[in-house]
Design a protein around this ligand. Sequence first.
Ligand code: ASP
Length: 589
Amino acid sequence: MYRTNTCGELRLADKGKKVTLAGWVQKSRKLGGMTFIDLRDRYGVTQLVVEADAPAALVETATSLGREFVIQVTGEVVERESKNAKMPTGEIEIRLAGITILNKSVTPPFTIEEESDGGEDLRAKYRYLDLRRPPLQRALALRHRLAQEIRTYLDGEGFMEIETPYLIKSTPEGARDFVVPSRMNPGQFYALPQSPQTFKQLLMVAGYDRYFQIVRCFRDEDLRADRQPEFTQIDCEMSFVEQDDVLGMFEGMMRSMFKNALGVDIPNPLPRMSWYDAMDNYGSDKPDVRFGMTIHEITAQAHGHGFSVFDSCPYVGAIAVPGAAEYTRKQLDELTEWVKRPQVGAKGLVYVKVNPDGTYKSSVDKFFAEADLAAIAAACEAAPGDLLLVLCGEKRKTQTMLGVLRIYMGGRLGLRDPKVFAPLWIVDFPLLEWSEEDQRFYAMHHPFTAPKPEHEAWFYSDKKEDLERVCANAYDFVLNGTELGGGSIRIHDAAMQSRMFEVLGISKEDAEYKFGFIINAFKFGAPPHGGLAFGFDRVCALFGGQETIRDYIAFPKNNMGRDVMIDSPSFIDQSQLDELQLDIRQPEA
Ligand code: ASP
């Protein structure tokens, strides 16, 4: 038997037991003739001790141990003289009778403890060593726990987990595909799924009315901190449902995940907010509702005072930052610079201080009398001591900038506590988005999303303004300013699906070539259906109170889409290229 116990298990109650442990040497130190060793496995750390009067061979072996050696030890559980309250095993140690070195280790490139001294790149290269550290162990354990919760909940609700293929054809999520050349079909390519969207809909046609899958998806997008080229979705679809049924089912799933993994109760039912309200009040379709500081439109109060910047803009809006009226000139200048950064994109920033003594001070005093500023403050529901930050321009663009500023100020004021969870649904998205650049509509979600039944007449209208006001029967699950998932009630009628492709300017031939199989399937008795998908990596990160998903993925890629541990992507042999009948052009410099 390699071990009787793990390194996280033994307590004072085990005193006197003879045990065998196995694990990695985290560190060892000599102290007054005794040797202390911290032995680690994924369950914890246990202190081992070799007494000064132990047999010479044992002392010698103990002294020879290097960091990350794998050893097996036998000994007796004894009470520690100096206890360590921070360690679960901190009241005991193992007085050793024997050590077997199972494997040696070269010196690891960084310390493998709670906090490491290794930089990100180095730790990525030796990911298998980084994974020995407790923070990563906790992250993967949380991921595992959540996956179990999901399966238990959905199984209990009659869902079947069904796998769908990875070598497929382009899916409709609108990102760039990763493609795989087919040796047996020279010149032809598979696409890796951006999601199992079309397959889960075909499963509904096939009658499997409650489907789910914890599944890998692939999107060849430029990467940000919270994006990976391959990521995992909790993908779900149901038949014979309306929006309320889907929302009820999956907030139930989230509720059980919060309860069972974190011991947190979330509201029942969850709040819902329309996309229009989210944009108007929060400047975002994924509002962080842990705090207020909402956006107020002050166009009426701002126009007509001779300030041409405001007068020339169709929209003027503001947020009221509590307690910030005391900001200094320097702080205000810094904020102005901040909103001018390309990531925000404002041209400038106007402020109004609502002083605690009832007076006002603003950067546009020349144009606005006290009473005008008071009217603006009233429109913003500002309190004495608030600082109003004002931006103007095109409506949605300006709201979005105010939304970014709101999140920034919320962070500065400490209002974005990762231990507070404020989930909600965003509903009633526009179905279509007009692109000025391409002079065509794009599907805001994807082209299989149905219009809301009460807007169907507009959907068949030829007028642009009618099409623009059609709401989608779609919904997003948002938590703390992050979109964790989304989905929709689908089109299940071949004629309506064809109309959708027509509205999107996709020719009949093109629709037939790309999606003919699904339009055809809809002719064979497709049931009404709908579903959604959650981004599982993000769910894990937010449940763990972190912003980035990388720690929650065992083997993630870096910002350039590279796995630096296995050094991929990499070049392939000429013989492989020949087999695939592919020629590589010299990469451009
Ligand atoms: N396939 C969609 C996505 O990946 C989710 C859904 O509509 O179910 O965003």
